[in-house]
Design a protein around this ligand. Structure first.
Ligand code: URA
Length: 231
């Protein structure tokens, strides 16, 4: 593969900068300064250093994280973000978030360097189901099951939601499955029907469940098998 792609995949720098910096001698392949960033390397054999950093080959990075409350699902902010939960090693990668959660929402977040993967999960067209565990202020009435299924009119946005599934688990507890990623969607479904969400946790995206062994704030790379769920 081209060496600028190999470096670019890690998020260390943009291809444009790599080209410029290589001309200035920032690229070292197998101990030799190489000024042309378009040369091809075998990432499993050749040893590449860029700006003094060893470049570890990575095709793309996919992380599953259990977001605690109080942390923002953003990549940059003055307040604490999910990126601040990661080890320094991962800060070299240009990670994006596949479907944000509110600051007070907990649970499954996916982060990746793979733009196509992020798009697949977040695009309204792909209609991937997001599953939430919900606790509410008031008793959840049975008639809400039908209301969710029909789609709920959201006054503030003059918008009717796509059909959603409501599975009542207790007086004030339910599972909600939605296929769109609108801002505050689950909270709005309930508030527009006269109830209020007091606790929200995302427990699945598509067929990928939140790993019960991941404590809040913990993360790991997705396995090949998990990744295949989105293929
Ligand atoms: N719906 C919400 O209201 N909040 C979230 O964080 C996710 C879905």
């Amino acid at each position: 593969m081209r060496v600028d792609k190999m470096i670019g995949n890690t998020g260390l720098d943009t291809r444009k900068n790599i080209k410029r910096n290589a001309k200035k001698g920032a690229l070292v392949i197998n101990g030799e300064v190489v000024k042309d960033s378009s040369v091809k390397v075998d990432p499993f054999v050749d040893e590449v250093f860029y700006m003094g950093h060893f470049v570890e080959y990575i095709d793309n990075l996919y992380l599953i994280l259990n977001k605690p409350a109080g942390v923002l699902s953003a990549t940059q902010d003055r307040d604490k973000t999910v990126i601040d939960l990661l080890d320094d090693f991962y800060l070299n990668y240009k990670l994006s978030i596949a479907g944000r959660l509110d600051k007070d929402t907990t649970g499954l977040i996916l982060l990746s360097t793979d733009g196509k993967f992020i798009h697949k999960i977040t695009s309204p067209n792909s209609q991937i189901t997001k599953t939430y565990e919900v606790k509410t202020r008031d008793k959840i009435e049975e008639n809400l099951i039908e209301e969710f299924k029909k789609g709920v009119y959201i006054k503030e946005d003059d918008y009717t939601t796509r059909p959603a599934e409501l599975i009542i688990k207790g007086d004030k507890e339910a599972i909600v499955k939605v296929t769109e990623g609108k801002y505050h969607l689950v909270k709005r479904l309930f508030s527009n029907l006269g109830n209020e969400v007091v606790s929200l946790k995302r427990i699945a995206i598509g067929d990928l469940d939140l790993d019960p062994y991941l404590d809040e704030g913990d993360y790991r790379e997705l396995t090949e098998k998990e990744l295949a769920l989105f293929k």
